[in-house]
Ligand binder design. Structure first.
Ligand code: HEM
Length: 157
């Protein structure tokens, strides 16, 4: 598969494709915004209220799940995605993604690829509400960083 943004044509199974300094800048902006969001109590709970309210299918997936545990997992997973986008091969964060992709695939939780756009949209709206310095640049950084993680998961559905 050819990447739309550069000349790369290959993606090896366990590796993310990323864009060096371009991704790093966006990831840095994303991480700073995420830090401001997490400093603001209620960010993670607010995300789940939005996400679960966004679709009956999402609500169904989370029925019976302990939300406190899930909120902690979300926080970890946002760092996993950010560090995996930036991190080199063999970094622990990058190594976590194949397991997560398998868990979310049709062989596990069966999260349909379409639901990742809802996931990104709800995270961006929650960040807009909680980051006092949210900006168009921050929004692009969130979208760009999360899209890499979401694409990774979708390709392994
Ligand atoms: C790139 C995007 C995503 C990442 C990085 C991510 C990450 C995670 C992580 C770290 C866990 C906990 C795994 C564990 O307990 O070991 C989890 C669980 C889960 N995720 Fe995701 N997730 C993503 C997208 C989604 C989407 C779009 C849905 C849609 C409904 C979803 C639904 C779930 C559910 C239902 C669980 C299991 C909850 C439980 O039974 O404890 N995830 N996810």
């Amino acid at each position: 598969m050819r990447c739309a943004r550069c000349a790369a044509t290959e993606r090896s199974e366990a590796n993310l494709h990323y864009h060096g300094l371009v991704a790093s800048r966006a990831t840095e902006v994303f991480l700073q915004s995420l830090k401001r969001c997490l400093a603001n109590p209620g960010f993670l709970d607010d995300f789940y209220v939005r996400f679960i309210g966004s679709s009956e299918e999402v609500a169904e997936k989370f029925r019976g799940v302990d939300m406190k545990h899930q909120a902690r997992m979300l926080e970890d997973s946002l760092y996993v995605v950010a560090v995996a986008v930036q991190g080199g091969e063999g970094s622990p964060a990058r190594d976590a993604l194949p397991r997560l992709a398998e868990l979310h695939s049709r062989r596990g939780l069966d999260i349909r690829p379409e639901l990742y756009d809802l996931w990104i949209g709800c995270l961006v709206e929650t960040a807009r509400a909680h980051d006092p310095e949210f900006s168009p640049e921050a929004e692009s950084a969130w979208r760009e960083t999360l899209a890499v993680g979401a694409d990774y998961m979708r390709q392994r559905y």
